[in-house]
Ligand binder design. Structure first.
Ligand SMILES: [Zn+2]
Length: 286
């Protein structure tokens, strides 16, 4: 005999009795998508124009959707993009969204020495602070990949959270107290939508209906289990019209559940820090 539903005790407590948290992340890689691979791609006008579509067309369209839905988002932006698109960055901030660090030219941390990693982080912080007037508290590693020393470096530079690991589906604390808000490749648009002929990137772009089902099914199950649903989208991919419609439908369906907490990374991290001090029984180290 079937035994539905299986609803374990939630592993996490969210504000105001909400059943789950939702963090909408826009990784605005723009031109660094190409330039981090090969600087000579700067002369490949069509490839570059596909990347530029993100900051120039995708971000304004996605900002419009988030304003319409009255939902906050977190924008992780390489400082090269912040430098080259100051009006886009200002528009993100004036709409009340969070800007987090994401390298300078979207460098892969695994290719860097500890000294190089630190120099790039400091350079990106300097640019973000001078353009936005704010020091970011959140970090997403390019390609989601951090090094053994990254958490300590982020802590030392005053970061509240990292959103790069995949060890859990609720936030947890690093040994040094840095909050981790983990994500997963399943909830990323690159695997679904990225394609470029030459250089060859990605796969055959997926049908939005299939992607909706993939993400919605994961949201429904994460809500049952009290998780933190971290959706990561790139405006050069998810700013295309049918994909903005996909996001509109997904977020409206999430809102309609009535018990999902849609928050920025820093709001989630502040809540996690508060919970950690209020409730020692939460096993963040599990
Ligand atoms: Zn990125």
């Amino acid at each position: 005999m079937a035994k539905y539903p299986y609803l374990p005790e939630p592993r996490f407590t969210w504000p105001d009795g909400r059943r789950c948290a939702v963090m909408v992340c826009f990784d605005v890689d723009g031109e660094t998508t190409a330039l981090s691979e090969d600087l000579t791609l700067a002369s490949r006008m069509t490839t570059m124009s596909q990347c530029e579509y993100g900051p120039n067309v995708g971000v304004p369209r996605l900002l419009g959707l988030m304003k319409h839905l009255e939902l906050p988002a977190t924008f992780f932006i390489p400082s090269y993009i912040v430098e080259h698109h100051p009006k886009m960055t200002a528009a993100i901030l004036s709409d009340g969204h969070e800007v987090g660090a994401h390298g300078h030219l979207h460098e892969k941390l695994a290719d860097l020495s500890p000294g190089e990693e630190e120099a790039i982080l400091l350079k990106s912080l300097g640019i973000l602070e001078s353009v936005t007037g704010q020091r970011p508290v959140g970090y997403r590693a390019p390609w989601f990949e951090i090094n053994p020393g990254t958490a300590d470096l982020l802590k030392r530079e005053g970061f509240l959270y990292n959103a790069s690991m995949m060890a859990d589906d609720v936030p947890f604390l690093h040994d040094n107290g840095l909050v981790e808000i983990p994500g997963h490749w399943m909830l990323e648009d690159w695997e679904q939508f990225a394609f470029n002929a030459d250089p060859a990137w990605g796969f055959i772009p997926e049908d939005c209906e299939k992607v909706y089902r993939l993400w919605w099914d994961e949201f429904v199950a994460m809500r049952d289990y009290g998780c933190c649903f971290v959706l990561t989208l790139h405006p050069w991919l998810s700013g295309r019209p049918s994909r903005v419609k996909l996001l509109e439908r997904l977020l409206n369906d999430i809102i309609d559940t009535g018990d999902a907490w849609v928050a920025t990374g820093s709001q989630i991290a502040e809540w996690v820090k508060g919970e950690a001090s209020r409730r020692n029984e939460i096993n963040f180290d599990a």
